[in-house]
Design a protein around this ligand. Sequence first.
Ligand code: ACO
Length: 367
Amino acid sequence: MTKAPDPGTLTADPASGLEGVVAAHTGLSDVDGQNGQLVLRGKRIEGLAGNVWFEDAILHLWHSYVFCDADEIKKALGAARSAAYSSVPLIEASSGKLSIYERIQLGLAALPLDPDHPQAITISGALPVFLAAAFRVSEGEHPIAPDPNLTTAEDLLRMMGDEEPDAEHIAALDRYLVTILDHGLNASTFTARVIGSTEADMKQAVLGAMGALSGPLHGGAPGPVLDMIDAIGAPENAADWISEALKRKERLMGFGHRIYRTRDPRADVLKAGLKTLQARNPKVSLAEKIEEAALTALRKAKPDRALDTNVEFYTAVLLDAIGIDRKLFTPLFAVGRTPGWCAHVMEQQATGKLIRPASLYVGPKPA
Ligand code: ACO
């Protein structure tokens, strides 16, 4: 009889949410919480976002798994958008009770996968089409077909109903998509890797990752950030509003982070993307004043915590300045993160190993 595997002696503190536990080796992204740095396959996020197109950043991340050049990836993602449009009637016919997010998941569940074509391309191309269609259907409008010759950011704005997207809006959306492409072993990425490790197809891994992202502790902060900015309304109200909120023990949305013990580098990358939009969006200057007041108040209230601005704060400001509806913030995060999830699935599947940790039984003993 072969010996059963060792049940395992490494036990993470069950109350820690696996914090500090290394569950994968990855060459995809490095989140350095102490120094406030994010590196994607050897390149700092500041060097990528705003300097390369989303498609180029995807290709950079997929380097070891999908073999094509910059021109081919743009064409392949464009073709994948066109192919995905054949699943849109299902989104259009779906029940009005479904949320935009659920309609995207429906489209994804129905997406045909060709065994001879990289699934990562098919799925990453499909998500923007499903988001735009789900949004328009929820607004009582007909979906708009993709244009495979455009970049993802431009086509996305166009499919959402912006007939001639403004060049600055395209650039800002593209910067956002690159900024959120990948971020270590967060909850949704871990979920994708676990599902991928069972050799389930990539569609199932992305559906599961979307499930994890839907929770308010993971993907849901930018909407509330905008609610806070709207509630403050004017720079002169910021200090009092914030001080009252902290007195009520409320958390300021868009500040603090589990990993970063300094400023989230993505906050600055997105803030830089607002420069061109600031003149025509008074909310940008208001947000900057609110940020200043919040940091002053948080440093006074929590001097030991080094609380600083996180990615969600300027995500909210940037997407709002582009004119994107706040109910699209979490779905849009899924669009930007999908190629990152796919990269992790490919990396995990290359190990050929099923993820199957042990649990420690603490229940009653049999009588
Ligand atoms: N506003 C006010 N106080 C805060 C904030 C905040 N934004 N963040 C942390 N604190 C305080 C907590 O109240 C707590 O105080 P206490 O020790 O007196 O109880 C202390 O700082 C530590 O809080 P933790 O929750 O243990 O800190 P952690 O680092 O685990 O929290 C989290 C990270 C959940 C993101 C937290 O900072 C928070 O709730 N922020 C607001 C919501 C937000 O912006 N979420 C998006 C995060 S970015 C992302 O997920 C992509």
